[in-house]
Design a protein around this ligand. Sequence first.
Ligand SMILES: [Zn+2]
Length: 275
Amino acid sequence: MKLPLPTLQARSCAGLSFLTDEALFGACGVRMGFTRRGGGASLPPYDSLNLGSHVGDDLEAVRENRRRLLDAVGLGGTRLLMANQVHGSSVLSVDDGSDEKLDRVAAQADAGADGLAVSVPGVTALLCFADCVPVVVVSASGAFAVAHAGWRGAFADIPRKAVEALRALDADRGGDGSPFRYNAYIGPHIMAECYQCDSDLVSQFVERFGPECAWDGDHLSLDAAVRASLLGAGVAAERIVSAGVCTACSTEDYYSYRASGGVCGRHGAFAGRKE
Ligand SMILES: [Zn+2]
C-alpha cells in the first residue's frame, strides 16, 4: 500500500483546533497532528491547551487538557506516552502493547528522550513544543514516530534517528521499511527570520546540513536542517510537508518560548492509532 502524499489541514473538534492529514488517516488509520493553544483549561500565561507538565502550570489543568485532546482527535482510550524532553537524540521504540512493556518505556521516557517510535495500535505518542521543531513520520504499516528537534536535536540528527527507529520497527514486523515511502510532517516552529543565533552555530549547521540552513549570517533555518536530516535518512522530498507557520509570529495560536520571554505553555505533536 502506498500512502497519499502528505498534506496538513486545520481541523476543529470539540472546541480544539489542530493540523492533521485526513487522507493519511483514511489510508492507514494513523491520526497525527499539531495542536493549537485554544480550547483548554489552563489560565494565563499558559492559556489554554497547555500540554506540558514542567512549565509551572496547574497539573490538574494539564491532565484535563491532555484528556480533551485525546477525546477531540478520536484517540480516547489509547495509552498516552510522553517523554521528559532533554534536547538529546534518543528515540525510544514500542513494538509491544502490553502494559509491562509500556510501563518500562514510560519509565525510560521519563528519564529523558526526544523521540518515540510506535508500531502497535492503542498507543498515542505526544511530545511538547514552544518554538522547537515537531517532526512526525508515518509508515503505511501504521507505525509512526514523533520527535522533538530544537537546535541541539536537529544538529544531533534526531529526525534521521526517528526514521531509522521506524525502519527497524517495520523490518521487525516483516514490512519493507523503505523510508522513501514514509510521510514526514514538520510542525509549527520558530522560523528563520525570527530565530537569531550565534553566527558560529549557523556556520556549523551550514557545514553539516548545507547552505539552506543560513537565512543570513546569524539566523538559522531549523526547517532546512530538519529537511536535510530527513532526506539524509532516505525520505523522499515530495513526502516531506511543513506547516510553514512561525510560532514566534503566531502567539495567538501557538506557544513561543522566545516571544513570551520563557514563560508559556506547550503545544503538542501527536500520533496514534486505535485498535
Ligand atoms: Zn516569526
